[in-house]
Design a protein around this ligand. Sequence first.
Ligand code: GLU
Length: 400
Amino acid sequence: MAFLASRLSRINPSATVSINTKSQEMKAAGKDVIGLAVGEPDFDTPEHIQEAAIKAMHEGKTRYAAPAGIPELRQAICEKFKRENDLEYGIDQIAVCAGGKQIIFNAFTATVDEGDEVIVPAPYWVTYPDLALLNGGTPVIVEASVEADFKITPDQLESAITPKTKWLVLNSPCNPTGSAYSPAELKGLAEVLMRHPHVWILCDDIYEHLLYDGAKFATIAQVEPGLYDRTLTLNGMSKSFCMTGWRVGYAGGPVELIKAMNMLQSQSITSTSTISQWAAVEALNGDQSHIARNNEVFKERRDLVVSMLNQANGLTCNTPIGAFYVYPSCAGVIGKKTPDGKVIENDEDFVVYMLETEGVAAVHGEAFGLSPFFRISYALSTDMLEDACQRIQRACASLT
Ligand code: GLU
């Protein structure tokens, strides 16, 4: 009898986490590696947020919290949703988890039955399909092309919906492409969803504040209030507040779903770290001027990376309006030979080649459901990005 549960065979390790771990190990072993694989801001957590955590520890706020989260944080989240997204949630409609990933884990575990379908537009963040699969669900992948700016159309959504559809996952600005739906484009998708009342929407807004060139953020329950009763609006502290390691994600949604998610949490981690939750209270209620400052830097880095990648033989890169990722096409290097005589057959071969020859860690597009592309996170110092892009240019120039 096999020891490991059969459900494990349905999923793979997270490619983003695995490649980041590998590049950290290579660095620790003294190798000259530039990690562009993981999406995490290189900025420190703002000082006042750190101070709030230290204060919480000194005040003895170090005990278990309720699975739903400390009331002060849930209240701050309600106010954030109202202030920034025109969404009215009561405190009992808020879930607080150890990162956005765990919100999805709890939501799918609470709702996805064997055979339920989860529509996931591709390119997608690696975790969505696997968490559907883990719970016996069937991911239904809808491909968005680079020509469509990596966004799906209302017609594509309409054709993907079946009586078995349980969830649609929306993520805008998007990981891995940095594309974002305009309010009008979201409205177009919402019109389709209004015709299919059995479909729930997981709206992952984790990159909400990371938008450039004057782009305006919108979330689906805001553009179509008729979807409010079947939308889980997901957000978190990791990206805009530079708090990846603090592990605080949150969501607003219908009471029944939130209750079920909190029940699961009571039987797993109890709650995310109380100290991190107090830091998150300060982050949401306190000064947020770092966001605009960081965005200026991210925008400059995006422009640098896009320009340098477009100068690499065989690569083409569009200019995304959000997040801190670019998703260049490497179609022009497929079929070429490395100096060792190995043929680059696909985007995975290409990222392995870049890592082995130039010490640049990126994630292959196949992991995100659309090839031949690769993802680069540009949340890294400008000097390192320049160095990394020069290495990529060199790697491409060496292919014949
Ligand atoms: N969301 C980030 C990424 O895509 C963090 C790693 C992960 O959880 O996948 O790189």
